[in-house]
Design a protein around this ligand. Structure first.
Ligand SMILES: [Zn+2]
Ligand SMILES: [Zn+2]
Length: 208
């Protein structure tokens, strides 16, 4: 059965690092390693998981700070949308320079496009390109789990005032890529609590 586990590796930003895994086969995907930390590694070891990829929902510093550390320890490729790929190695673009914690990160192993598939064991994640928060923001749909990055939050949406952001685009992305999914799809955002597509279609004040 597919399970999902959150880690908070960067408490000052409350970024959600999500681990999606099959508790029978051990196949797993790891999303947005916000900072270094031993807790995910211990969990992965304890549950005998095999992480097939480290998937980045978008290139902001608060989602990628632990990338070098986890790539080394998990020996897994780094996947990010092609439009955000250069943010990994550009500390102006990933904003880390401005918050006084410049990063030194590996580059992408695979650049994603809309509609791409991320395979882990018998499971598949489907890449949904959702520009607006950044040019290369993505959501990843795995069965009824949607990893939504900083595009859609509980009762809110991502900021669009950073470079590459667009209010029109984020609204369009949410309407066309997320709100067309089944209403019982559970949304696991980049910050804050989980929600569902049905709840957000009813209640989200930004998307009508
Ligand atoms: Zn962001
Ligand atoms: Zn964020």
């Amino acid at each position: 059965m597919l399970k999902i586990k959150p880690f908070i590796l960067l408490p000052s930003y409350q970024t959600n690092t999500w681990l999606v895994y099959d508790d029978e086969t051990g196949d797993a995907l790891f999303f947005d390693p916000a900072a270094i930390g031993t807790e995910p590694l211990e969990f992965i070891k304890e549950h005998n998981l095999k992480v097939h990829a480290i998937v980045i929902t978008h290139g902001h510093g608060d989602h990628i700070g632990g990338l070098a550390y986890f790539k080394k320890h998990l020996d897994a490729p780094i996947l990010i949308h092609e439009a955000d790929a250069d943010m990994l190695t550009d500390n102006k673009k990933n904003l880390s320079e401005y918050i006084g914690m410049p990063l030194e990160l590996p580059s992408a192993d695979r650049k994603l496009k809309d509609g791409d598939t991320i395979t882990f064991g018998a499971h598949e994640g489907k890449v949904l390109h959702t520009p607006g928060h950044t040019k290369g923001s993505i959501g990843v749909l795995i069965d009824k789990f949607l990893i939504s990055g900083d595009t859609l939050f509980e009762m809110s949406i991502g900021r669009t005032d950073f470079p590459g952001g667009s209010y029109e685009e984020i609204i369009n992305s949410i309407k066309t890529k997320f709100f067309t999914l089944d209403e019982d799809t559970i949304v696991y955002p980049g910050h804050g609590p989980r929600t569902s597509i049905g709840m957000e279609k009813l209640n989200n004040p930004f998307v009508r």
